[in-house]
Design a protein around this ligand. Sequence first.
Ligand SMILES: Nc1ncnc2c1ncn2[C@@H]1O[C@H](COP(=O)(O)OP(=O)(O)OP(=O)(O)O)[C@@H](O)[C@H]1O
Length: 292
Amino acid sequence: MAAPVLSAEQIEEETRLRETLANIKHVIIVLSGKGGVGKSTVSSNLAEALSMSGFQVGIMDLDITGPNIPKMFHVEDEKLLVENDKLIPVQVPPSLKLMSMAFLLPSKDDAVMWRGPVKMGAVRQFIEDVNWGSLDYLVIDMPPGTGDEALSIVQLIPKADGAVIVTTPQDVALLDSRKSVTFAAQTGIPVIGIVENMSGFVCPHCGETIDIFKSGGGEATAKDIGVQFLGKVPLEPGVVASGDNGMPIVVANPESASAKAFQKIAEKVIKTIENEQKYLEEQRKKAQEKNQ
Ligand SMILES: Nc1ncnc2c1ncn2[C@@H]1O[C@H](COP(=O)(O)OP(=O)(O)OP(=O)(O)O)[C@@H](O)[C@H]1O
């Protein structure tokens, strides 16, 4: 695909975006082919697990259709602070920084109803206007799906290191996860790997695992399309409760099966980004080849 010719205004905007992101070492975007597969749950637990590993971490909620990350950290009623014309992210103890399009809405019950260009202008300005300070990782929760909206938003993020793709074991979600891989390729973003969420239900009474939505498809798909498999997260009632109570399960119940799965996923993400640049480079090359 030929590189688009940018206008002076676009170049200036791009420069502003790069300046805003300059003190952020790594940007991870979290994608899903469809809604409801647990993208926000994975984003918040991944961010928290990275933070628990000692990194400076920010989480940015760009899921403009339903920005629910603040609720998952119980900061939905926080008011935004502005300093030197920049938005200051909300602090989630002990050290996570959080920013969400939800904070721009007059009421948390308001849906985002902006029309296309207005919406993209708002998202762009929003990304430009946050003062994150220095971060090791910024985790970005994207809108679900691989349509024009997600594409336009991803194109606003000039330096994503890679994408984490969330799927469930159902065939339809797996098909959608393939679309996410193609989507990442279109935007030139390497795929860090696939997470299979809601993979088997652990019975709280007997401990037996029941594969309600089947299991293992995410791993098979990852192998089939040559991307890393990051891990399976079981369907656990505690995940819903912790999301509703404003404390991700990795913090609320670190010994649970899903928390342990999230911790392992975070370790793999760290290892890939910090030590496996070769894998990411190969993914990037594959993406470029697909685009030619
Ligand atoms: N592993 C899991 N076990 C149990 N419940 C889960 C799990 N993962 C996610 N959920 C629940 O599924 C619901 C949808 O999750 P979430 O909001 O993270 O999905 P999403 O893909 O971000 O949705 P949307 O596309 O609508 O933004 C939530 O109620 C969440 O608590």
